[in-house]
Design a binder for this molecule. Structure first.
Ligand code: AMP
Length: 117
């Protein structure tokens, strides 16, 4: 599943590289971002390698839905659901993607600006 030896998040998903794990399912993993941009900053990733949201297709449709549901569940479990949170996924370097394995940022615990920078 998480078979890309050159991919940081595949290596985290396989357990080869440690992460501060929050929750996981059969096909997804949630862990704290190493460089948090808000009091709560969790990343939700598919365990299988998918480069970005642009690479989702009919085959990965189910896991894409699971990622969103997982993010909402993690937000509830961390007690930030009522207060509000933001989900972000960056696609491509211009949007700020730095790790080329699909991930959803769950950000909460502070006021969020709009539009995003
Ligand atoms: P993006 O820039 O949207 O690709 O997001 C990548 C995120 O991964 C950034 O917020 C980084 O802080 C985070 N990150 C990078 N390396 C690690 C790591 N080893 N453990 C947890 N988060 C990481």
């Amino acid at each position: 599943m998480s078979d890309r030896t050159d991919c940081l998040f595949c290596r985290i998903a396989s357990g080869e590289i440690p992460a501060d794990r929050v929750a996981e399912g059969e096909r997804w993993l949630a862990f704290h971002d190493v460089s948090p941009q808000a009091p709560v900053h969790v990343l939700v990733i598919p365990k299988a390698h998918i480069e970005s949201v642009a690479d989702l297709d009919g085959e990965s449709m189910a896991v894409a839905g699971e990622l969103l549901i997982a993010a909402a569940e993690v937000a509830r479990s961390l007690g930030v659901s009522e207060d509000g949170y933001r989900l972000v996924t960056n696609r491509g370097t211009r949007a700020g993607q730095s790790v080329f394995h699909l991930h959803i940022h769950l950000l909460a615990g502070r006021d969020m600006a709009w539009p995003p920078g």
